[in-house]
Design a protein around this ligand. Structure first.
Ligand SMILES: Cc1ncc(C[n+]2csc(CCOP(=O)(O)OP(=O)(O)O)c2C)c(N)n1
Length: 675
């Protein structure tokens, strides 16, 4: 077992050890009590957390939302007891009883750190690698807000972002994408620790992993250091000091640690990773650590008192910043007001006046093209809306024209170039969003939402206001063929709890979709066509404002209750309009319902929903996608025209014919169902 060593700037070696061992003991005891969890890594990294949280990290436990706090992300979210212990010890609103409730129903200490559940938890982590991506996003958020709002002599946004990554985080592809981007962006205030403990669940990392991580990160243009012994407080301290001095590139500090440190039998074993140590082993470990008590959850008063000094330190740090901020506010009141508005997440008055309306002259366009027009129109009054695409800007129409690109030379810009890194992009968006002050958007083809899904899911879990712009949304993209034609993506995205997916039918609905997306407080996916769409004449058909309710009646046949309802989203709405007209001519009262968003519709009152989809009237749905998500809306006796096979490479009009997505098929089904 490597020996502990002392630090010159610490109170005393023994008090240091008492403070560090308190973390180890709390982690062991909480996991034991819950009979589940991950004790080994908190035990290994307790010294690192101690040095970071007592000597470097700038935070105020009394105000976890202090704007200029340093951010800390435990990307290895399974080691959550490391974070919870430190949050309790430093004085966040988290009690010893909360630690005793680890992993229990509605506790503040869930299995993995969850944003919004625990004061001091900056983002939800657990799916490995995501936290690294989030940290990059936070560092970008800091760089952007700093560049935008700091003024000569008033540096009010200026903080570091730290993360801890495990072998799993480093192995996952997402950390590669995000780290490569961070290196490119020269995010000098990003400092990561790689917990190099040589152990994963299945055993020694030799089984799977022989990368030279240091060289890999050097290759990404990171500054890389090694700390040979995780218990060497001075070495950790010195490495952080050096990292903080490197401001032109991100830093990685590779720390050799020993999982389960202190445990006579579990130290350095995979067993210490994800199981309670057991009562007997905990007893032996406390003895081996020279811990003063065998009592569960015992923290020596002098250790707690020392940790709690961080509350005073934090209050002082924030007070000093507040003074600087007040001076800034006095000198630049408009800037301060704007920053505060953005941080509150409020939109500027009057932004909606900029939403364009479309006419028959300019509205016969693809919804991706309409989206680009709307984005550019509203951009001047929504400066917090910043984003870009994964190398598809010209196809996704997501460039704000005339605005600078955001890059290592200039963080004030609003156009991002994420490169071909969809997964990284979406995790970075989450980090930017939790950092605050921006509404990030990210674009790619709908098919590649599959490459983003894990981070999209976390955006939903955290309910973050991020906007995905997904174009080329069906077989309607045509010749690129089945590799690029989404089939199951609409249904699988709609299946993520908390997402709002909007697939507008024409240019006017696209404008309404952006309105809804900006007003919505949660993740929104705008799903747009590559191909041109016919303009829906709103003199004749219901206004596109109905989109806000998710679904609305576009057209009804005269003569009372409809005999059949036709419904659709996006590019297939044109087909139901046509079919409705033809059915009317054939003496069948059909209703055409545009349903751009299942989720917005599901949120309406039953009364409204029944007014759109009358009970007892049979329904036909059509969407050029897998039918799964429509069953709820058509019911048992309805019909769905969709696709349960992959697409094909051909002009899209031919594909619609071959796959039976036609007005004729709609009419056929409607006639069968009409009563
Ligand atoms: C994306 C993802 N895949 C798998 C897991 C399950 N899992 C949790 S920890 C872990 C690996 C453990 O090794 P390491 O990352 O080195 O953590 P340590 O054992 O050092 O705590 C795995 C596979 C996960 N949390 N996220």
């Amino acid at each position: 077992m490597p020996s502990d060593s002392s630090s010159s700037s610490s109170p005393s070696p023994s008090l240091d050890q008492l403070c560090i061992n308190a973390v180890r003991v709390l982690a062991m005891d909480a996991v034991q009590k819950a009979d589940s969890g991950h004790p080994g890594t908190p035990m290994a990294l307790a010294p690192l957390a101690y040095v970071l949280f007592t000597r470097h990290l700038r935070y105020n436990p009394a105000n976890p939302h202090w704007t200029n706090r340093d951010r800390f992300v435990l990307s290895a979210g399974h080691a959550s007891m490391l974070l919870y212990s430190v949050l309790y010890l430093t004085g966040y609103e988290l009690t010893l009883d909360d630690l005793k409730q680890f992993r229990q129903w509605e506790s503040k200490t869930p299995g993995h750190p969850e944003f919004g559940d625990t004061p001091g938890v900056e983002t939800t982590t657990g799916p490995l690698g995501q936290g690294v991506g989030n940290s990059v996003g936070m560092a970008i958020g800091e760089a952007h807000l700093g560049a935008t709002f700091n003024r000569e002599g008033h540096t009010i946004i200026d903080h570091d972002t730290y993360f801890i990554a495990s072998d799993g985080d480093i192995m996952e592809g997402i950390s590669h994408e995000a780290s490569s981007y961070a290196g490119h962006m020269r995010l000098g205030k990003l400092i990561g620790f790689y917990d190099d403990n040589h152990i994963t669940i299945e055993g020694d990392t030799n089984l799977t992993f022989n990368d030279d991580t240091a060289r890999r990160f050097e290759g990404y243009h990171w500054h890389v250091q090694h700390v040979e012994d995780a218990n060497d407080l001075d070495a950790i301290d010195a490495a952080i000091v050096v990292a903080k001095g490197v401001r032109d590139k991100p830093s990685l500090i590779i720390v050799r640690s020993h999982i389960g440190y202190g445990s006579p039998h579990k130290h350095d074993t995979a067993e210490a990773h994800g199981s309670p140590l057991g009562a007997e082993e905990i007893k032996l470990t406390k003895e081996a650590l020279g811990y003063p008590s065998q009592e569960a959850f015992y923290v020596a008063p002098e250790a707690l008192a020392h940790w709690r000094k961080m509350s005073d330190r934090g209050a002082q740090l924030e007070a000093e910043w507040k003074k600087q901020y007040d001076a800034y506010k006095a000198a630049h009141p408009a800037d301060a007001a704007e920053l505060e508005r953005r941080l509150r997440g409020e939109l500027l008055d009057g932004w909606e006046d900029l939403i364009p309306s479309f006419t028959a002259e300019n509205g016969n366009i693809a919804s991706r093209a309409a989206s680009g027009i709307v984005l550019n129109a509203i951009a001047p009054k929504v400066p917090e809306l910043i984003g870009g695409s994964a190398d598809l800007a010209s196809s996704t129409n997501t460039i704000v024209k005339g605005a600078p690109s955001i890059g290592p030379e200039d963080y004030t810009g609003r156009n991002f170039h994420f490169g071909i890194r969809e997964h990284g992009m979406s995790a970075i968006m989450n980090g930017m969003s939790v950092h605050g002050g921006v509404i990030p958007y990210g674009a790619t083809f709908l098919i590649f939402s599959d490459y983003m899904r894990p981070a999209v899911r976390l955006a939903c879990l955290m309910n973050r206001h991020v906007i995905y712009v997904y174009t080329h949304d069906s077989i309607g993209l045509g010749e690129d063929g089945p590799t690029h034609q989404p089939i199951e993506q609409l249904s699988t995205l709609r299946a993520i709890p908390g997402i709002t997916l909007i697939r507008p039918a024409d240019a006017s609905e696209t404008a309404e979709a952006w309105r809804a997306a900006l007003k919505h407080n949660g993740p929104v996916a705008l799903v747009l066509t590559r191909q041109k769409l016919g303009f829906i004449d709103r003199q004749k058909y219901a206004p596109a404002a109905g989109l806000a309710k998710g679904a609305y009646v576009l057209a009804d046949a005269p003569g009372g209750t409809p005999q059949v309802v036709l419904m659709s989203s996006g590019s297939e709405v044109g087909l139901i309009i046509d079919a409705q007209r033809k059915l009317e001519a054939a003496g069948i009262r059909a209703r055409a319902v545009s349903m751009p968003s299942h989720e917005l519709f599901a949120a309406q009152s039953e009364e409204y929903r029944d007014s759109v989809l009358p009970v007892g009237v049979k329904r036909v749905a059509i969407e050029a996608a897998h039918p799964m998500s429509w069953y709820r809306w058509v019911g048992n006796d309805g019909v769905i025209l969709g696709l349960e096979r992959f697409g094909a490479s051909a002009p899209y009009q031919e594909l619609y014919q071959h796959f039976g997505l036609t007005v004729e098929k709609l009419i056929e089904a409607a006639k069968r169902l009409a009563s």
